[in-house]
Design a binder for this molecule. Structure first.
Ligand code: ZN
Length: 124
């Protein structure tokens, strides 16, 4: 079982046991092997809000859908017709970030990235 799947399972167990997310989350992280925890901790903490929403049964967002896809099968292609899990918006111009850009990219282009780092705004 992959680490995200294990976290999901522990969270589900704790939820059934009546724990709230604040108590269930550390338990879920503890359930991972030390090496797994090291590998996954940053990703899991980064996506904590999505886990919490799922724990509380809130409607799935794209982020959660993405996480689900990664947890199930990282190699899986997003099927046509489904929302693109990796669809992201540029922090500067709110344009779509092209899929081929690095998955950690915050801007749609080098131009926006440079603008942002200068503290400037896009010229009209
Ligand atoms: Zn942009």
């Amino acid at each position: 079982m992959g680490s995200p799947a294990k976290v999901r399972e522990v969270l589900a167990e704790r939820r059934q046991a009546g724990l709230d997310f604040g108590a269930a989350w550390p338990a879920a992280l503890e359930a991972l092997e030390p090496a797994e925890r090291t590998e996954w901790l940053e990703t899991l903490e980064d996506t904590r809000a999505a886990w919490r929403a799922a724990f509380r049964g809130e409607p799935a967002t794209r982020a959660q859908w993405a996480l689900h896809a990664v947890g199930e099968d990282p190699e899986r292609e997003v099927a046509t017709g489904l929302p693109d899990a990796w669809e992201r918006c540029c922090l500067l111009c709110s344009g779509l970030i092209p899929a081929q850009r690095d998955r950690r990219a915050l801007y749609c282009s080098h131009r926006c990235q440079r603008q942002a780092h200068r503290g400037g705004r896009l010229a009209a």
